[in-house]
Design a protein around this ligand. Structure first.
Ligand code: AMP
Ligand code: MG
Length: 312
């Protein structure tokens, strides 16, 4: 098997807005090229929408993708050869939860599991950092969604490096090489998964600082959104630049041929959901998923049972 995500980066995502007007983008525009020194500021705009600003057509297209995704998941399940791990990372209020809810809304819960990774528990800290992720991996025929992931080990843990002290690691310097090693470990982990038929798709929801401010304010102003507001999230905002730098370094070092990162413009929720659903469909469509074929003998056997049942 070719060691690569079976995905056509030139796949076009089109929205027919009217008879004359069509919006198009290619998945490649959102992918982080492996080995390239990207800049979030220069190369990826949180407000990118493929040149279109009316969400009606996007919402329709999303509904079609959600339906398509449900069909593809049924095939993935029946085919039972591959699993799909989908990783979501983002700053607070970027819309991870909403994207997961909307994009996966048509999918059969039997074949899908969402795991949210929080501050590690005492038991989790007693293990290597990939331990808790391994336990939540999807099996063949299923989709596993990571709402945050082992990548936090190079994000929040890097920004607040005092968190490392709790990890009881063997002694050694926490320098550039330390983080490089973590990136390598993650790349190897994903390579191992793909070798074993578990594909990995990674989304970074790229939100602008001003849009985060707007969303935080909305969570305060609208009483029914108050529960969503976390003072801790507000405090993390003070580390915005450190996080951007950590994300950038992570994207540069962990977008691989096998498991690329997609930078999803997140200032418009309708667009991010559309792009995510399109990327997931593209991956599943390229897997050549088949319903198991029923042999002639089995067909004959079934017909005999049918006769017996009818004769009861
Ligand atoms: P939320 O996703 O808003 O419910 O918050 C989960 C919190 O857990 C976030 O603040 C993350 O930064 C934190 N978290 C997730 N993984 C880790 C980790 N490996 N180490 C430390 N904190 C983490
Ligand atoms: Mg939070």
């Amino acid at each position: 098997m070719k060691l690569k995500l079976h995905l056509d980066p030139d796949r076009k995502v089109s929205l027919k807005v009217s008879k004359q007007h069509k919006v198009e983008f290619r998945l490649r525009q959102l992918m982080v090229p492996p080995g390239k020194k990207i800049s979030l500021k220069r190369d990826y705009s949180p407000g990118f929408t493929g040149g279109y600003h009316d969400k009606t057509a996007a919402v329709e297209q999303l509904a079609a993708n959600v339906e398509r995704l449900a069909e593809l998941q049924e095939r993935l399940y029946a085919d039972d050869r591959y699993g799909l791990l989908i990783v979501f990372q983002a700053m607070d209020a970027a819309g991870k939860d909403g994207a997961i809810k909307h994009v996966m809304s048509g999918v059969n819960p039997q074949g899908c599991r969402v795991t949210s990774f929080k501050v590690p528990s005492a038991e989790e800290l007693d293990h290597d950092y990939l331990w808790r992720a391994s336990r939540a991996l999807p099996g063949r025929g299923t989709i596993g969604i990571f709402n945050r992931s082992y990548y936090e080990e190079t994000l929040v843990v890097r920004v607040h490096s005092e968190l490392l002290a709790k990890q009881k690691l063997p002694p050694g310097d926490v320098d550039e090489d330390f983080w490089r090693r973590r990136f390598k470990e993650m790349n190897n982990f994903e390579k191992y998964l793909v070798h074993n038929g578990i594909f990995v798709l990674k989304f970074f929801l790229n939100l602008s600082k001003s849009e985060q401010r707007k969303r935080f304010l909305a969570r305060i102003e609208e009483p029914e959104k108050n529960w969503k507001f976390s003072t801790a999230d507000y405090r993390e905002r003070a580390y915005w630049n450190d996080y951007q730098a950590a994300y950038e370094d992570m994207l540069r070092h962990t977008s691989t041929e096998v498991a690329p990162w997609f930078v999803i413009p997140a200032d418009n929720k309708w667009f991010s959901r559309l792009a995510i659903s399109a990327a997931i469909c593209a991956v599943l469509e390229s897997l050549d998923l088949k319903f198991p074929e029923v042999s002639k003998e089995r067909r004959r056997e079934l017909q005999e049972i049918q006769k017996a049942l009818e004769g009861e």
